[in-house]
Design a protein around this ligand. Structure first.
Ligand code: SR1
Length: 359
């Protein structure tokens, strides 16, 4: 076999495994080069050794699988780095989040992580943090200043991966229900990709837009999705790029007896989501996701590096993987732990690596 043919075969194998999201069987993968070089390369800074570092985590939202897993990762990393993580949540109340942020600034945290939030409510207090020289990591929110480190998942890629699956399985035409709420930075970025996707694929018709974010997002979206599907019986697909949206949409499709006719393309993953995706007749066929616990870990590592005066890139991005129902079923994956073994790319030890700690 000549070299060109070998390369062609390798590319085909990669496509079968990656673009369709079929994970490798969950056997122990060989250590990645980054994990192989896992030993600390620097001494622990004294303030970390004495346990005197306080990082304030100021959240907009805390309920739902994504936010719970993210917090578990952040807490695990804080423990590993001997950092006190002081956690507050606005529980969806933006004024409460802004107040919590003001308190983190006046309380002189060593660093602050702002986790989601609306630009107009968090930016005034972020300015105060910058003026007070408190290092700040902004996850999924526009800090309005180049002084802060931003952290995001690659939201355009998340939408591209899910929409790639939608296009492949619908043949690039048909009626689609879209789930979206404006104002949340990750959803706004995914929306940019959706808007472009519709321009590039004029035979895809958005017949309804629904969406709500609150403490019971999935059930609220289920009610809205039912109404949309009843009003538009020709719908083939739902683009629901947030797992609470996708879970709600799945419930609606099941309750209306439309499984087999309407497919769901989502974002995010959790053990509960994997359960929904793999149950018999599930309409949720693909999701593009990072490991939220890994992202929470990255946020705390970035904040710790800033406290130690280390260099951190100004914009950190965690890439997603496409996970399909078929891939999960074929590999017998039932939970996130198995998933992260099957997709080593979901763990990103090189993003904000802390030189004094093992990743
Ligand atoms: C309401 S915003 C929800 C999104 O935030 C995170 O980026 C997750 O991926 C989730 O989809």
């Amino acid at each position: 076999m000549n070299l060109a043919r070998l390369v062609g075969v390798a590319a085909l194998l990669a496509l079968a495994g990656c673009s369709q999201g079929t994970p490798a069987a969950p056997s122990a993968p060989p250590p990645s080069p980054s994990l192989a070089a896992a030993s600390p390369t620097a001494a622990v800074p004294p303030k970390f050794a004495s346990g005197d570092v306080r990082i304030s985590l100021v959240r907009q939202l805390s309920s739902g699988d994504y936010f719970e897993q993210w917090l578990a990762g952040a807490q695990a990393e804080a423990k590993a780095l001997n950092v006190k993580l002081e956690i507050s949540s606005g529980d969806g109340n933006n004024d409460k989040q802004a107040l919590n942020l003001e308190q983190a600034v006046t309380g002189k945290a060593d660093a602050i992580i702002v986790d989601h939030g609306f630009a107009q409510t968090v930016q005034p207090a972020i300015k105060k943090a910058v003026a007070a020289k408190i290092p700040l990591v902004a996850f999924d929110v526009d800090p309005g200043t180049a002084e802060a480190v931003t952290l995001s998942q690659d939201d355009h890629q998340i939408a591209e991966q899910a929409l790639g699956a939608l296009k492949a399985e619908t043949g690039g035409s048909g009626e689609v229900v879209y789930v979206y709420v404006a104002g949340f930075a990750p959803l706004d970025r995914r929306n940019e990709t959706w808007e472009q996707f519709k321009k590039d694929n004029p035979a895809i018709k958005q017949v309804a837009q629904i969406g709500v974010v609150n403490s019971s997002t999935a059930s609220a979206v289920a009610d809205q999705a039912k109404a949309a599907l009843q009003a538009h019986p020709g719908v083939k697909a739902i683009f629901a790029p947030y797992d609470e949206f996708a879970k709600g949409a799945a419930l609606a499709v099941k309750e209306l007896g439309l499984a087999g006719k309407v497919k769901i393309y989502g974002a995010d993953v959790s053990t509960a989501d994997i359960g929904v995706m793999t149950e018999p007749n599930s309409p949720w066929v693909a999701t593009s996701a990072t490991d939220p616990a890994n992202v929470g870990r990255v946020a705390v590592r970035a904040a710790a590096l800033l406290v130690a005066g280390e260099q951190v890139g100004r914009a950190l991005t965690v890439p997603p993987s496409l996970i399909t129902q078929k891939g999960l079923r074929d590999a017998g994956i039932t939970g996130v732990e198995q998933l992260t073994r099957a997709f080593p790319g979901l763990t990103t030890p090189d993003v904000a690596r802390v030189p004094w700690a093992a990743p």
